[in-house]
Design a binder for this molecule. Structure first.
Ligand code: MG
Ligand code: ZN
Length: 232
């Protein structure tokens, strides 16, 4: 049993090295990458299609869609006219950096501003495999119940923004937003939180504003690094 931990650590660090290489490649091409994680059915594909529809007039967007078996979600996103690469994980329950590396090779990164990655629907291991993304987003949804931060703390700890989808059915599911947020706060203090409904469109604007700000801030930091790099 004692050798198990080092083996896992080696796999993780190999993944982290590849993730860093992906990140350098994305940065070199000026692409901001978003990793979307959620349990199955929370609305990852719906939020991605809503986001693409809202932003495709101002940003050049591409998508990578991880799924265990089908191309249903990738087809929905590609139907919006954005370059989409499907990663069929062949049963694996998360994306890893090697899978993203393969997907990046199939995209013209220089022609993109934003890459949206749909991870495999799973609330456990996607949180522990970095891909090279700039920001991680967790999409929770009302029908899953308000106790999920208490049951899946690792997932809530490692993300940069939290979306609560399907707020149009809050009443029907007796979902207590205060209890939900109280569970999140100690895990990820001050986490950006966006209750919304992909169905009705309520709350989407705040989410889109956050994403715009993150992209602008990233560009500013990149520009600063170039300036300090040149003068030093
Ligand atoms: Mg999906
Ligand atoms: Zn997994």
């Amino acid at each position: 049993m004692t050798i198990q931990v080092p083996v896992v650590e080696q796999i993780m660090s190999a993944n982290d090295q590849l993730a860093a290489a992906n990140r350098a490649r994305l940065d070199g091409a000026g692409v901001f990458a978003l990793n979307m994680m959620a349990s199955p059915g929370a609305g990852k594909t719906s939020l991605i299609t809503r986001t693409v529809e809202a932003l495709q007039g101002e940003l050049r967007i591409g998508a990578v869609d991880g799924d265990i078996a089908t191309t249903i979600d990738a087809d929905r996103i590609a139907a919006l006219g954005v370059p989409t690469v499907q990663i069929n994980t062949g049963g694996a329950c998360h994306l890893d950096a090697a899978m993203l590396q393969n997907a990046l090779a199939q995209l013209s990164l220089k022609e993109l501003d934003l890459l949206i990655i749909e991870n495999v629907g799973n609330l456990v291991c996607p949180a522990t495999f970095r891909l090279g993304e700039h920001r991680n987003v967790l999409i929770a949804s009302v029908p899953e119940g308000d106790d999920k931060p208490y049951k899946y703390p690792v997932m809530y700890r490692g993300v940069d923004a939290l979306v609560l989808n399907k707020i149009d059915v809050l009443q029907a599911f007796d979902f207590d937003i205060d209890y939900f947020r109280q569970g999140v706060e100690p895990l990820n203090p001050g986490l950006a939180f966006f209750p919304l409904s992909c169905k009705t469109g309520e709350g989407l604007d705040a989410w889109l504003e956050w994403l715009r700000r993150e992209i602008i801030e990233r560009r500013r930091n990149e520009a600063k690094q170039h300036v300090s790099g040149n003068s030093g």
